[in-house]
Ligand binder design. Structure first.
Ligand code: TXA
Ligand code: MG
Length: 338
């Protein structure tokens, strides 16, 4: 990582001021950043990402004072949450002010805001007189990028510049929440777990129905090009693919000889959820480049960020196989392009 890439910062600033799109590191995944107050730049961003216009963007800020410009007054409870979790991988839904255009929020009166915890992103945001919209820097429905190289491979010359901030420390997207009176409602599980939010001392729930019809909330998303199957029993499922080359993505290294194919464990030690989270997307990128016909991914226990990892795996998988008492249940996921 180059935390003092001053020349890169100055260039990124200049390009963003003149309406350019840049790849920006954050602690979660790389973002595709543009001036949040410049309609032309926002339009270009939607085009380059191939993102449907009804899927809104997260606004990134570097100072709390910027919040007042884009959001209507927040409750004291929201400020306490921000004090605890910002800068960091928490995105909050707030009532938007007129300064934020309908193109950013896809017509909603709520705007999603976060302050990323990455030295380069913060330095860049604090040097600008406007906030940045930044969706993950992948074409719609593809695997999110966790290195500058991933962004380069996806977009190459379509971007004005990619600010290289090394490998993302968290590795999956921010947790998106709203406040419903005295309750925290999770709209997208992410790098901050439900358990971590509960330590704040108030009730935390998952949103039951989906807030908006955005691809991030559809089944097929974050997907490798190779077909990926999700299961709690990779050793059993492999028997269904006798003549295929299989790439396995497991939580920890399996016992010797258990799996037939190339195995990519997300962590070396059991229960190391944060390493698994950090390795998730880069392992998916790697498996896509391997000489395998298909990918079998192992489901993690639904504990802590294990839930967010499973959420991404489910969206990436073409099918999910859950084995219960020697009886196979297959859940098929529909593909919805966006
Ligand atoms: O960690 C992250 O959040 C990364 C980094 C780059 O900051 N960004 C990211 O952005 O994941 P994106 O665009 O890939 O995902 C944003 C999600 C989408 O599912 C979108 O539907 C939801 O946030 N979202 C954005 N604005 C919203 C709004 N006003 N109301 C509800 N959901 C919103
Ligand atoms: Mg995304």
């Amino acid at each position: 990582m180059k935390p003092y890439n001053l020349e890169g910062l100055a260039l990124a600033k200049k390009l963003l001021e003149s309406g350019g799109l840049i790849g920006m590191p954050t602690e979660t995944v790389y973002g595709l950043a543009a001036n949040a107050f410049m309609p032309k730049a926002i339009k270009k961003l939607y085009e380059v990402k191939g993102r449907p216009h009804y899927n809104p963007l997260i606004v990134h800020i570097g100072h709390l004072s910027q919040l007042e410009v884009i959001a209507k007054p927040l409750s004291p409870l929201m400020y306490q949450l921000l004090e605890q979790f910002w800068p960091g991988p928490l995105t909050v839904l707030c009532k938007k002010r007129a300064k934020i255009s309908a193109a950013v929020t896809a017509g909603s009166d709520m705007v999603a805001v976060r302050m990323p915890n990455h030295p380069l992103a913060l330095a860049l945001l604090r040097s600008l007189s406007f906030p940045l919209v930044a969706p993950s820097a992948n074409p719609s429905n593809r695997i999110s990028p966790t290195t500058a190289q991933h962004v380069q491979d996806y977009f190459g010359d379509q971007l004005s510049y990619i600010l290289d901030g090394g490998t993302c420390q968290q590795g999956i997207e921010s947790t998106i929440i709203s406040l419903d009176r005295q309750k925290i409602v999770i709209h997208r599980p992410g790098a901050i777990s439900k358990e971590a939010l509960e330590q704040f001392g108030i009730e935390v729930q998952y949103k039951k129905d989906q807030l908006i019809t955005a691809p991030g909330n559809f089944s097929k998303h974050y997907a490798p090009v190779k077909p990926m199957f999700l299961t709690d029993q990779p050793a059993i499922l492999q028997e269904s693919f006798q003549h295929k080359k299989i790439g396995f993505m497991t939580f920890c290294p399996p016992a010797d000889g258990q799996l037939r194919g190339r195995v990519f464990p997300l962590a070396t030690m059991a229960e190391d959820y944060s390493t698994a989270m950090r390795q998730l997307y880069s392992t998916m990128h790697q498996l896509d480049r391997e000489d395998v016909d298909l990918i079998i991914a192992e489901r993690l226990p639904e504990i802590g960020v294990g839930r967010a990892i499973n959420d991404r795996l489910k969206r990436a998988a073409v099918r999910q196989f859950i084995f219960e008492k020697n009886h196979l249940e297959a859940y098929e996921f529909t593909t919805i392009n966006g």
